[in-house]
Structure formats: structure tokens, C-alpha cells
Write a protein that binds this ligand. Structure first.
Ligand SMILES: *Cc1c(COP(=O)(O)O)cnc(C)c1O
Length: 217
């Protein structure tokens, strides 16, 4: 199947409440153009340089989402244009995003990444760190960042019940914080292999790459 057909099939299968981030990392602009031609306007990348090059080359009505691990010294390169940073995983990173956003006179939307997987290779806050962070005074003083919700990645496994359990935990945490912070409205969970389960467990933003663009090398 062509990219546009795969994309259309996925878009059609998603409930209206779920936003699709088309994960285009490693893929050439020609591939993104096809998705753009089908109406896709949100793209996710995990490398700052690659995303910046694509931002420069492509139409300006695209929302660029940084979905990968972001180093503090790279924030300055995307602060001008990034629409949503999914992987905020430390207070220091948040502080740097606030600083760079201020320089560009913008407010940058962010998601806090929560470590939900049993594997210990993935980045993110644990539940205790997250609750500490959101109660911290510094956190409330960041005027140029808007924390809009949470992001998480489940364990890479065939065990669907485990994946479901991890998503359920993240959803519970999300609801808990939503009752305190009105700005919380995004729960980014689900990728090609597990987005259906993620949606059943309350996701409203899925990050799908290989099911649209094919596998990466
Ligand atoms: C690459 C990536 C995805 C997309 O993965 P697919 O399995 O290709 O859909 C989603 N989220 C993050 C954080 C990623 O790095």
C-alpha cells in the first residue's frame, strides 16, 4: 500500500477524540509530502536537526512535535517553531524550554513524560517525581511553558495485558492531575504496535510511524 492509503485507513479508524501524530523520523521529505497531501498536518520527529530541516523545507501550516529525548543544549534550535514537546523528563529541561520560549516571545506546549514501562531503558518521571514536580513553586512560575498533559511509552512486548496495565496506570495518573490542573487535556500514548489498546485505555493522542510510512532502517 502507498503512504496515503495507509494513512487514510488509520485516520478513518481513529475516534474523533484522538489526534494523530504522524511519526516521520528518518523518512525523506517526499514521504512527508504524501502525508501532507492527504491532509496530515501534525508530524512527529525525534531528532532536533532533522526536524528543523524538515520545518524549513515544508509548508508552514504544519505542527511539529518533538517526540524523542530532548537535550537541554538543543532546545534553542526548535524553540522558534515547535508546537508540542512530548518528552519533558526533568525540571531542568522545563526551565530551559521556558527560557528559550521567552526569547521568542512564545509559550511552548509540553507534555511530561512518565516512565510506565517495566523496562528501565526508557526516559521519564516516576509517579512520585511527577507529583513532586507539579506541586513545586518553580513549576508554577514558568510563564512561557504550558504543560498540557502526559506522555508515556509502554513496554515493547507481545504481552497485551502488560501493555494495557501500563496504559491504565498512566490514564489514572492523568485523571488525577487533570482534576487539579485545568490545562491538562492531552494524554499521548500509543504507537503502531499498541495504539488500539492505548485508545481503549483513554489515549487522546497517538504517535504512529511505521504503520504509515513503513519500517525504518
Ligand atoms: C518512533 C516513535 C514512535 C513511532 O513508532 P512506530 O512504532 O513506528 O509507530 C512513537 N513514539 C516515539 C516516542 C517514538 O520515538
Amino acid at each position: 500500500m502507498f503512504i496515503k492509503e495507509k494513512l487514510a485507513a488509520i485516520v478513518q479508524s481513529l475516534p474523533d477524540t484522538v489526534t494523530l501524530v504522524a511519526v516521520s523520523k528518518t523518512k525523506p521529505i517526499a514521504d512527508l509530502d504524501q502525508a501532507y497531501g492527504e491532509g496530515q498536518r501534525i508530524f512527529g520527529e525525534n531528532k532536533v536537526q532533522e526536524m528543523t530541516e524538515k520545518w524549513q523545507a515544508m509548508p508552514k501550516d504544519i505542527e511539529w512535535h518533538m517526540i524523542g529525548h530532548l537535550q537541554r543544549n538543543k532546545v534553542k534550535y526548535l524553540a522558534e517553531y515547535v508546537a508540542l514537546i512530548h518528552g519533558v523528563d526533568s525540571p531542568r529541561l522545563l526551565k530551559e524550554i521556558n527560557k528559550q520560549a521567552k526569547k521568542h516571545n512564545r509559550t511552548i506546549s509540553c507534555l511530561l513524560q512518565v516512565h510506565i514501562a517495566e523496562e528501565d531503558t526508557k526516559f521519564g518521571f516516576d509517579e512520585k517525581e511527577l507529583l513532586e514536580l507539579v506541586d513545586n513553586e518553580d513549576f508554577k512560575s514558568f510563564e512561557n511553558v504550558k504543560i498540557e498533559g502526559l506522555m508515556g511509552m509502554a513496554t515493547f512486548t507481545d504481552d497485551e495485558e502488560q501493555v494495557r496495565r501500563e496504559f491504565k496506570n498512566l490514564f489514572t495518573l492523568y485523571k488525577q492531575l487533570q482534576s487539579k490542573y485545568a490545562d491538562f487535556n492531552i494524554l499521548s500514548m500509543g504507537m503502531s504496535g499498541d495504539y488500539k489498546v492505548a485508545i481503549e485505555e483513554g489515549s487522546n493522542m497517538v504517535r504512529i510511524g511505521s504503520s504509515i510510512f513503513g519500517s525504518r532502517n
